[in-house]
Design a protein around this ligand. Sequence first.
Ligand code: IPM
Ligand code: MN
Length: 375
Amino acid sequence: MIYKVPVIPGDGIGPEIIAEGKKVLEAAADKHGFGLEWMEHSLGAEHFLETGELVGEETLKELGRYRAIYLGSIGDPRVKPGVLEKGILLAMRFYFDQYINLRPVKLLEGVWTPLKDKGPQDIDFIVVRENTEDFYIGQGGRAKAGRSRAEFEVMRSLYHVKFGLDIESDGDEIAFQIGMVSKKGCRRVMEYAFELAASRPDRHLSSVDKANVLSDIYGFWREIFEETAATYPGVATDFNFVDAITMWFVKNPEWFDVVVAPNMFGDIITDLGAMIQGGLGLAPGANLNPEGTSMFEPIHGSAPKYKGQNKINPIATIWSGALLLEHLGEPNAARDVVAAIEANLRQGSIRTYDLGGTSTTSEVGDEVARLIKES
Ligand code: IPM
Ligand code: MN
């Protein structure tokens, strides 16, 4: 069996970490008797600066023929913040309707956490972030004093929504952003989170919202969570305001098993999650569409100041690669990749600067690949 996998190394340190990810996944594939054929796509700042194109329809169609994309990182200081992130990364998440953003928060043995007296037994949960709606729909604007009108449009495979807004203001200039969630959009990500929770020993799902203030959008989220919960009597649930959950992640991370969050809060709490599992260098992510094309990427960004230095930790990307293998239906190979990461971290001598070591990106990749071959 040979799996064809599109690869987008992207910007900044993307190419360096993806090279190590490929190396390690190839080692796992060799060991388990399947092949990986990488199909490189040069999306990102370079391509944009040369051609003015972010991601073309043709490329999206081509990528959409495969089940899993391997992505490094997108973002470059030569381009205005948000242009590449929204025009490429979010565009792909939306185009492929990758409505689940899966972000495991797991402290591995041998890794230091800033949380005093907490260890691997305490920090082991999964954040399921909604990935297509909320304040990420990119609809908003500015208006000067006087009257004006603004039109908005949200195209998803689930629906096509248009808004029109009449603005009349005697104030100075204003800015606004529209957040939107839908019943189907909430329900599908919550069902995924409930199924995931039901498959784990603790059977516990925590929902995140801010229903006490943004009660239209997140009161709706909460209502749909309650409705969905009624169909999963075997899963214990609780609600958390987003401000409070950041506190509990720090004080009592052992309370959490699976956490489901709207897009923006999910973004925020997973950087905190990454830090308690040892830093952004270790935090993997998966953008999933169970029926379509999914995309696997570390949750960190393109870290432009480290570009080309062979310095950055490749483990987040390698671990995301393990999620990719699992998604392709190679759970044993995926398990081997995670076990090799764990062995490398436990052993502790070959690690990058963020973990207090002096090894390079490629030395860590070589070592994890070696551990797979030798296991
Ligand atoms: C992430 C990133 C992205 C997000 C940005 C780069 C658009 O922060 O994957 O968490 O906000 O989703
Ligand atoms: Mn983020």
